[in-house]
Design a protein around this ligand. Sequence first.
Ligand code: G3H
Ligand code: 13P
Ligand code: ZN
Length: 310
Amino acid sequence: MPLVTTKEMFEKAMKEHYAIGAFNVNNMEIVQGIMDAAAEQNSPVILQASSSAIQYARIGYLMKMVEAAVEENPQIPVAIHLDHGPDFETCKMCIDHGFTSVMIDGSKYDFEENVRLTKQVVDYAHSHGVVVEAELGKLAGIEDEVNVSANDAMYTDPEQAKEFVERTGCDSLAIAIGTSHGAYKFKGEAKLRFDILAKVKELIPNTPIVLHGASTVIPELVNMCNQYGGNIPGAKGVPDEMLHEASLSGVSKINVDTDLRLAMTAEIRKVFAEDPSVFDPRKYLTPARQKIKETVAHKMKDVFGSNNKI
Ligand code: G3H
Ligand code: 13P
Ligand code: ZN
């Protein structure tokens, strides 16, 4: 199977009430770990790269890795998606290089500018057979280039979401219901606004909904990092049960980056702490890749319900 857009993936997911995992990729081991999990679980999968990931990995290498992943796993539907496209030019570059889906993140702008920019990307993408994810509402939290002050945190307004989708023609919509990027999502109890999600689904039932900032910040991985010399105290994410509820309640795409970073770092720290004489990268990247596979497989099977959905 060649690379696919997310259109058919989301249609099936909405009909059968599960979510597709969208996992951030930066290098070969991450791509392989995710794909090994998708193959084991017979799950469709979205590989996504942010603009800083593209800068890091370089777009030519990235596309060749994705191509290899598809060739090695022809039975798995795979989409390659731009995560948090900051402007039209970046979206265009990705479309021109063969991405099957792009996100234009206009959430930092006011409503009218977000509509204008999103529509501009939709027009170009659709004329090239590519689908577009847009975002309305602001996620709290600060992470690299995805930077919105916590004071600006703003839930998505369902009525505005309807108007936004109608005016832009975007294919899927990321909404803000209480998640945030990174390892520090909640000070106290985790809380998501499922009431807003329900209202959005009522008003735009056919638009796939996307949840960003949806890592669990898996406590065992945080503990493992800290046990082997890390310093990530008090990290907290979205519990599996909430993500499971979201995937049953009309969320079609769940974004995960932080959990992959933690998985990789935890294993590498463990190898170094246990044997400081190691300097062959394969000695620490092999268990790191395996941990990514296990982390992704758990999400597909036990949380998102995308296993055996190819
Ligand atoms: O949502 C943001 C992703 O975690 C990507 O982060 O810009 O550091 O690659 P990044
Ligand atoms: P996390 O930081 O929760 O993994 O979110 C990733 C994300 O939303 C990528 O767009
Ligand atoms: Zn995000």
